[in-house]
Every structure is written in C-alpha cells, then in structure tokens.
Ligand binder design. Structure first.
Ligand code: ZN
Length: 388
C-alpha cells in the first residue's frame, strides 16, 4: 500500500512538474472537480459576442502556434492522387486512394461516393481513433457507405502511423501536427472536386477521430457541421501524443480545454455524442451547458446538440452512428430516405470488404518511390524542432 501510494505521488508530482515545464496538458490533466471549477472560470471571462470572440481568437492562435501549423510547407493543390481501385456497390462506390500531403508524405484512404446523382454533393471527412487498421473495420465501412448512399462524398483516412500510413511511427512527437495537416489536405482535396458543394462540408470521428474532428473544425471554418464522438471532455485532454503531445491547450497567452476548442465551431452546427462509461460521462451536466451558453450568444442554441447514451461505452456503434446520420442529414441536406429504415436505419445493404481489398498499395500497386521514410526523415524535411 505504501509502495503504491509512493508510486502514485511520484507520478502525480512528476506529471505536474512536466506539465508546468512544458505547457503540455496531457490525459486527465485535471480532476473532474478541478475541471468543473475551471469551466466556471472560463465562463467568467466572457459575457457577450465580442468578449467571447476575443477569447476564441486567442484560443485559436494558441492551437495554431502550439502545433506549429505555420511551419508547414506553403503548398496548394498538387495532390498527386493515386487511385488504385474503384468498386461499384449498392448505391455507392468505393475508391482506394492516396494523396500527397506534402512532398514525399502520403495520406492513405478510401473515398466513398454516391451513385446516380449529377447535382453537387455534400462532403464529409471521416478520421478514426486508435486501433490498427481501424479505417478498414466494419463500423467505419458502414458509416461511410451509409452517408455516401444518402448523397455525401466521404473520405475515410488512416491516422498517422496506423494502417497503411506507415512512413512514421504514430508516437512521432509531431503526430498532432501531421494529423491536423493531413485532415486539412483531405479538406482541400474534397473542396477541389468539381461536384462538391463547399457550403456543405462535415466532419466526424470517434475517440481520437473525435479529437481530429474538433481540432480541425476549430481552426478551419470551411467545416460547416461537426460531430466529434465520445471525446470532448472538460477534464480529459486526450491520452496520446497525437491529441495532447504539443502545447495547444496552454501557453503564456492562453489556457483552455477541449470543450472550448469544440466551442470554436459556434455558430456552425455541432453534435457531441457522449456515453456513461468514459470521460464524456458528465457531458449533459458540464460540457454541453458550456457549449449552450456560447451558442446562445449567437441565438443558435438549436445548432449545438448532445446525444448522451448513459447505458453505452466508448465506441462509435450503431446508435451513435444513427444519431450522426440524422444530424448530417438535416444540416448537410442529405437524402436519408435513400437508406432503408424500419425501427432504425438498416445498414445491411453495406458490403463489408475484406481489409486487403480496401488497401491502396499492394504488390500490384506499389508505393511511390519518393517516400520520406522514418520519423527523422520527416522531421528533417519539415525542419521542425520541439525545443524552444
Ligand atoms: Zn494517437
């Protein structure tokens, strides 16, 4: 017992010193009690649109500076997309696709498109959380195919260091930057497509995909509707280097948390999906009321939703997907009637591909030969150092 206490105290003290030294706010940086008080403190710092927007601007600048987004190469276009397969399914198609994120560094993914409609389409970015080959799993295939059949062009892409994105390790110190940059490039690409309506762009992901969703939405107003799932929390800052490994939450000029980062989407439509078993368990009492106060400044309370599922756990399962289908169907003007419905959406029209069939690269379709390979090569190319 004494040993356990000692380990806990040592961990607590070293974590505290670490955070103070580096400005990083990682994992459960605050207790739930502390987070509740901090939300009250944050709220005391604004009382109208002007004072909120002043705070919002400071937070946005803190995020961008904290992840060193301004150090990325100044490129536009030049996606050099590689499409190695296109399969026609029941009401949608699936392409295996890679984009060049910056010279020598590739985003690997699948592009799901609706069939049989020549009008402009909504587009939805679909990042994912921490599971090897998550992009290729059944639940990601289902949610992308359903949204495509409803009329959206959906891009599912690998987390850095997961699936086919194996040029660097996931724990590379700049993972947060690389993932945000990849998302921005996917957004650039979708908007460049001639049949995408830039006024109807959405983004959704669960867990670490939720983090990617609220971070890009906060700093890029081209995302018009956003659904981060099981991740926005007042006390939990994300446990991985790709979520909190760069000082986006705290600097000499700002201190914030993921609730305020999500609130930067105001007054665009936002839906938090939360559950009773992880760091989102307090959402109806702590996180969502704060968002409602921000949205009220714009008379947009109806555009910030919370679907709380107290009997569920940390996943992006059927009930969570169903809430998201309704949210995007409404806000991005999708046609939900294209998907069978009887006591709930019927996803069984979705053909579940074996993982190998959704991969961009294989023996027949080798990777390009200009790849930057390894953490060091990428860090050197970008000329980014984490030391002050
Ligand atoms: Zn991560």
């Amino acid at each position: 017992m004494k040993l356990l206490l000692s380990i806990i105290m040592t961990t607590f003290i070293s974590t505290t010193i670490f955070c103070q030294d580096t400005m990083l706010c990682m994992g459960s940086y605050w207790t739930e009690d502390e987070a509740n008080l901090m939300m009250k403190k944050f709220e005391s710092e604004w009382n109208d649109v002007a004072s909120w927007e002043k705070r919002a601007k400071r937070i946005k600048q803190g995020i961008i500076a904290g992840m060193q987004l301004d150090k990325m190469p100044d490129i536009s276009g030049d996606f050099n997309e590689i499409i190695t397969k296109n399969q026609v399914m029941d009401g949608y198609t699936v392409e295996n696709i890679a984009l060049e994120s910056f010279p020598g560094f590739y985003i690997t993914g699948n592009l799901y498109r609706p069939i049989g409609n020549k009008e402009k389409h909504a587009a939805i970015l679909s990042p994912h959380g921490h599971l090897e080959n998550k992009r290729l799993t059944i639940d990601v295939q289902k949610r992308c195919a359903v949204l495509a059949r409803m009329g959206a062009i959906v891009f599912a892409y690998d987390m850095v260091g997961y699936g086919e994105s194996n040029q660097v390790k996931h724990k590379i110190p700049i993972a947060l930057l690389l993932q945000t940059w990849n998302s921005k490039r996917v957004l650039d690409y979708l908007i460049s497509l001639p049949n995408v309506d830039p006024e109807r762009i959405g983004m959704t992901g669960g867990s670490g995909g939720g983090t990617q969703t609220f971070i890009l939405t906060a700093i890029d107003d081209r995302i018009k509707a956003s659904a981060p799932v099981v991740q926005v929390s007042a006390h939990f800052f994300g446990g991985c280097v790709c979520e909190s490994g760069m000082p986006i939450h705290k600097s000499k000029n700002h201190q914030t948390n993921n609730v305020e980062i999500a609130a930067l989407s105001a007054p665009n439509p936002l839906m938090l999906v939360s559950n009773g078993n992880d760091w989102t368990r307090n959402t109806p009492r702590i996180e969502y009321p704060y968002l409602q106060k921000v949205y009220a400044l714009y008379n947009a309370e109806h555009k910030a939703e919370n679907v709380h599922l107290p009997l569920e756990k940390h996943d992006y399962g059927f009930s969570k997907r169903s809430a998201m289908y309704n949210f995007f169907s409404h806000h991005l003007k999708l046609n939900s009637r294209n998907v069978p419905y009887s006591d709930g959406y019927k996803e069984d029209f979705v053909f579940i591909f074996p993982a190998e069939e959704l991969k961009v690269f294989n023996e027949i379709n080798p990777k390009p030969n200009n790849l930057l390979q390894g953490d060091e090569a990428v860090m050197q190319f970008l000329d980014i150092s984490l030391k002050e």
